[in-house]
Design a protein around this ligand. Structure first.
Ligand code: DSN
Length: 421
């Protein structure tokens, strides 16, 4: 099917078709270590290449602003019941086009411009929508930022409490894009209660881990949970919202539509439904356990190669390595890794004095290599490739490229599904 799609596109539009093929080959060839990426199943990808794309369905199941919605109503209702079962939530919204749109909708539902909101600092691992000044969040709300302890580099819950009691935020946002440890949602609930604030938890990165039972769930503690379907959850690109509170659920629905978006992307919602079905299967728990096992093994191997890791390791799917001791910026190493077919991203680390465009760190994640079937045994080799790229790039680059090629051929991505572009 994916072969047919790529062929059809290429026959009509060579320019775009060739780029799709080249990207397919890049993904098959490269070791993908970007912590926020993954490779969904063929049924998930296939659902997005269907006529559901054509349907306007503003509104919600059985309450639309367009006729002809009987089939997409089924699709969205199935997606809703599956995501609620997956996370143990009473209410859900699967329409946000992305994690940022989901987060925008939470602000829209629960706070007003000018209100005080607390979020994790970007250099501590937070997300753009948690209060960065160049984002809608930082531009429109009075943001109070919390961070990590400068010594342990662990989330500083005492600081969160102290700031919350001093600034009386209307909402505290928990969750991160680059934090390698478990988050104590129960403690954050206590702090939010003391400060009389809403607790919003953004699980974009760890949604798959939570669904797989390898990270505690925020559902018993959060007023709202926002997430994405395309990261560790291994679905299509997109967002979702969960809550157990009926009043908040109604506000979230109006905040998503018409507050933030128009028509939902029904082809993507169908793909989300398929990804939720996959995540409800027992094998998904094994996959998530392996993601975490691989991250621990990669972190141990990186430490053995002499890298310093933020907080000394990882409890989840990602880690942050400080590359400054090698006389490099994160961007330098990212570019070198690109040349040897290893894909990662430069990332600020706590206390970073470099601009975010360069950064002192590199972020590594294991969801995609685990999807390929790699296990603990392959992690020391990957850490060795990264060390060689950092220290002996000129002399070792051919060796690394050959090693990566061999590893990726042994653990195919889509070639195993009969895709052979
Ligand atoms: N841009 C995503 C990441 O890479 O973590 C977060 O949305």
């Amino acid at each position: 099917m994916l072969n047919d799609i790529m062929r059809l596109v290429t026959e009509y539009d060579g320019e775009i078709g060739e780029s799709i093929l080249a990207e397919y080959n890049r993904q098959e060839r490269n070791l993908e270590l970007i912590a926020s990426e993954n490779a969904p199943s063929v049924p998930v990808l296939a659902a997005m290449a269907t006529v559901l794309n054509n349907k306007y369905a503003e509104g919600y199941p059985n309450a639309r602003h367009y006729g002809g919605c009987e089939n997409v109503d089924v699709v969205e209702s199935v997606a809703l019941s599956r995501v609620k079962a997956l996370f143990g939530a009473k209410y859900a919204n699967v329409q946000p086009h992305s994690g940022s749109q989901a987060n925008f909708s939470v602000y829209q539902a629960l706070v007003r411009p000018g209100d005080t909101v607390m979020g994790m600092r970007l250099t501590a691992g937070g997300h753009l929508t948690h209060g960065v000044t160049t984002n809608f969040s930082g531009a429109n709300y009075n943001i109070v930022r919390y961070g990590v302890d400068p010594v342990t580099q662990l989330l500083d819950y005492d600081q969160v409490r102290e700031l919350a009691l001093r600034h009386h935020p209307k909402m505290i946002i928990a969750g991160a894009s680059a934090y390698p440890r478990l988050i104590d949602f129960a403690l954050l609930r206590e702090i939010a209660d003391e400060a009389r604030a809403y607790l919003m938890v953004d699980i974009a990165h760890i949604a798959g881990l939570i669904a797989g039972g390898v990270h505690p769930s925020p559902m018993p503690y959060a007023d709202v949970v926002s997430g994405t379907t395309h990261k560790s959850l291994r679905g299509p690109r997109g967002g979702f919202l969960l809550t157990n509170n009926a009043e908040i659920a109604a506000k979230l629905d109006s905040a998503v539509f018409p507050g933030a978006q128009g028509g939902p992307l029904m082809h993507v919602i169908a793909a989300k439904a398929i990804a939720f079905k996959e995540a409800l299967e027992p094998e998904f728990k094994l996959y998530q356990q392996q993601v975490v096992n691989n991250a621990k093994a990669l972190a141990d191997a990186m430490l053995a190669e002499g890298f310093k890791l933020v907080s000394g390791g990882t409890d989840n799917h990602l880690m942050l390595a400080d590359v400054r001791p090698f006389g490099l910026t994160g961007l330098d190493l990212e570019k070198r890794l690109d040349e040897v077919f290893i894909t990662a991203n430069h990332n600020s680390i706590p206390g970073d004095s470099l601009k975010s465009g360069e950064s002192g760190g590199i972020r590594l994640g294991t969801p995609t290599i685990t999807t390929r079937g790699m296990k603990e045994a392959q992690m020391p080799l990957i850490a060795k490739f990264i060390k060689l790229a950092a220290t002996k790039f000129d002399s070792a680059q051919h060796l690394i490229r050959d090693g990566v090629r061999t590893l990726c051929l042994e653990y195919p991505l889509y070639r195993a599904d009969g895709i052979d572009a």
